[in-house]
Structure formats: structure tokens, C-alpha cells
Write a protein that binds this ligand. Sequence first.
Ligand code: 6PG
Length: 503
Amino acid sequence: MPKSHSDIGLIGLAVMGQNLALNIADHGFQISVYNRTTEKTETFVAENPATPGGLVGAKTLEEFVQSLAKPRKMIILVQAGAPTDAVIDSLVPLLEKNDIIIDGGNAKWTDTIRREKALREKGLRFIGSGVSGGEIGARFGPALMPGGDPAAYKEIEPVWNAIAAKVDGKTGRPILGATAGKPVSGGVPCSTYIGPDGAGHYVKMIHNGIEYGDMQMICEAYDLMRGLLGMKAEEIGQVFAEWNRGALDSYLIEITADILQQKDPTNKKKALVDVILDTAGQKGTGKWTSVNALDMGVPAPTVAEAVFARCLSAIKDERVAASKILKGPAKKKYTGAKKALIQAIHDALYCSKICSYAQGFQLMREAQKEYKWTLDFGSIAQIWRGGCIIRAVFLQKITEAYGRNPQLANLLLDPYFNKTVKAAQENWRKVVSLAVQYGVPAPTFGSALSYYDGYRSARLPANLLQGQRDYFGAHTYERVDQPRGKFFHVDWPENPRPQIAMK
Ligand code: 6PG
């Protein structure tokens, strides 16, 4: 017997919207759905007649809004940016005080801050929730990163906790379900209230920046095995499958093993990966992360390198032309032990990953100051343990690190990560130098290593840089033998300042 009013609604029945709606209905919530094209709504409802909660199709936005129990809760899952604003604008006149709009798209956190404020001024409540895990995650258990009005969050919490992926509370191990194609129950939900206004979407953006870094690092490991050891895709896939049983155990390593072992459907003799064009796309969240790092002055070079690596891959024609003109080192075969080099590449990947996550968490630490949020880094790492694209055993170590010290200045300083990098760094350095010698580009491995070396340097060459700034621009410098904040300038004898500037 359908309820007279639905528990929640969802606007936007593209792939993510349909899967999320079915996940919600599977958990016993009645959900109203609306899509701009009515036919899509009707087909979707007709094709899914027997969900535990029930789907209610609405032909118009008015009908959709009227079908919801008050305070109305409605999820928007349309394209980020202008389309989201357009839906909000058409909803607002139909809503009443205290109704809740939830944006589940990959919105820019600054847009979420703006929308939350504008809606609050109208007496409406707004939640910006990161949703990660692709279509399978949306269907059977995503990681959810809700931010916004805390009282509004309490209203949607039962739904969010029910539909999220689940992990074991003690070990952090994901509870199988999502990958097995079944709804999950029991365990700790991979969803937690992140903070006010744009905090949820900010954390989702950092998730995506880290995702870009992870993906590029895996690509570099693959390229090094190919370039230095001449290994074929299938064999490299087996190495990744093996790595997935150890410290690198993660969704992205798991799918990489599958992808590399997949044959081309049109020519079974070939590996599919060998016929995929080497130009990467991107929708912008990695770029936002990098721009934000630059804006806040936080060193996060590894994610930025991952974004630039995609940009470089995209200029395929230019690279093909350049490959005929620019020469690298003379081609030679790597003659060292194969097994040892594969282990070294594993270690380089693990150490680079630690640095990349260290940078991501540094960004969140700085953002919380900028936006006056109080982020719980241990919980954030915990909710990323299941459902999302970067889910990995490794994240448990991050939760434990923040458990030991919630004020941890940098992940690298945690005893576990410090010890791990110390033990593996020789291999990391070997791989980066081999990449340089053999002319195999490894931008994230190299940049992460430079970050590590820079971060552990009590003294960097910025003394000379300040000298240069003072020389050409009288920008002043501080001295090692004077208190911080006291600035000095030298009238450089070789660079007398123009008379006019002296007046
Ligand atoms: C997720 C993903 C997802 C993102 C894709 C594609 O957490 O489920 O981050 O939100 O849209 O990964 O991103 P790009 O097109 O930028 O690679």
C-alpha cells in the first residue's frame, strides 16, 4: 500500500539518479522521482514495479513537490553548475519553509556555500553531499559526504546511513555487498556529517583530487613495467592482482588488474588497453583541487602533476609530431633483476601514495581554517574505506594515525607512515632515477619524492630566492640570526636603486 506522501524525492534520472533512487527504495523508503523528460520517468517507474519502498513517478515539478512528506526532502542529481542552479530556481517557488534540497552532484564547494546561504535566507535548507562510487556504488552502497545545515542533515541521516556502503567498525574492512551486487546491511555506514555549508562537497573534491593522483600513479607503475621490463599488459595485470592482496589492496588496483587482463573484443589476440587511445578526459574536480591548493598556498604538487599528466596526454597530435623530433636517452634494456624492480615499483607507488594523501589532508586542514569548519580527518578516512573510488585498506592506517594524534601536522609524521617511507625510500629513489635514466615520464612519482625531500628539509634554497627578490625588487628578507617577522633590505652594490624610487 503506497504512502500518501513519499519519504524523499529525487530529480534527475540519469545513470546516477536511477541507481540512487533504487538504492533508497530498496531500503524501504518511498521515493518520488522526476525527470525533465516525462517518458524517462515513466519507463523507469514501469521497469521497477516491486521495490520495497516504492517509486512514485511525477510528471511535473509541482506534482513532484506535492507528493513529498513535509518537511520535504529532495535530492538533485543533475549536471553540476548552471543546470543545478536552474533546477533549484524552479523548485524554490514551490517549496515551504524548512524544506530540504540535497545536491548529490559533483558541485564546486564554493557554489554549495553560495546556494546554502541563498536558500537559508529564503527559509529553506540545503545539503551539499558528495556521492562517490560510480553507478554500482550509487546502486548498492556509495560513500557519502554530506555537508550543510546540521539540523537538516539529521532529517536525512536515516536515509543516508541506510543507503551508504558499510565497513566493519573495528577493522574498517568493507562489508561485501556492493561488489557482490546486493544491498548492504550491518556495519558502520560510509557516511558522516562533514560540516556546514560547502564542507561535504569540499571533501568530495579532495577525494577526487586524490583519485586523480592514485590513477596517475598506477599508470606510471604500468608504464615503468612496460618501458623498463618490456612486460605485456596481461603480465602487468597479474602483478597488480598480486599487489591487490597486500598493502596496496584497493578498488583502483583491483580494477587495473582486470582492465590490463581484458582482451580487445574486436581482436581477441590483443589486450584491450593496447588499443585504447592514450588521451585522458577530465571533468574538473582534480583541477579545482589544484587551483584551490595554489589559492591557499598549500603544497599539493602530486595532484597537480596528475592533472597536468592528463593535459599532456590530451595533446596527442602535438606529442606524435614531437616524438619525431625530440630525442630521449638511447634505447637500452634494463639488465637488473626483474622481481626486485617490480618490488621497487610497488614501493615507489606506495610511498608516492602516502605523499599524495598527506597533501590531500593538508588541503583539508587549511580549508577548515579558511571556512571555519571542524573536520574529523579520522572519520573522513573511515568513510572512504568503502563504496568510493579511492577505497583502500591503506585508509585504515590514516584513520589510525588521526586516532593516535587528531592534531597531526602531516601524515608523513605519523610513526607508521614515517617507518614505511623510511623502509621503502631506497626503492622509491631507485625507481625515480631509473625513470629519468630511461626517459619514462613519472611525474607523480618524481613530484611526490621531491615533496618528501622538501618537507623533510630544515633548510631549502629559498634563502637565495629571497636574495634574488630583494636584489631586483627590494622585497626584503628575514635573517637566520634575528627574530621572525623582522625584515631587512640591502642596497645591493651592483644594483643601485634608481633615484626616482628613493624619493
Ligand atoms: C566518484 C568519482 C566521480 C567522478 C569520476 C570522473 O567518486 O564516484 O570521483 O564522481 O565523476 O571519477 O571524474 P573525471 O571525469 O574528472 O575523471
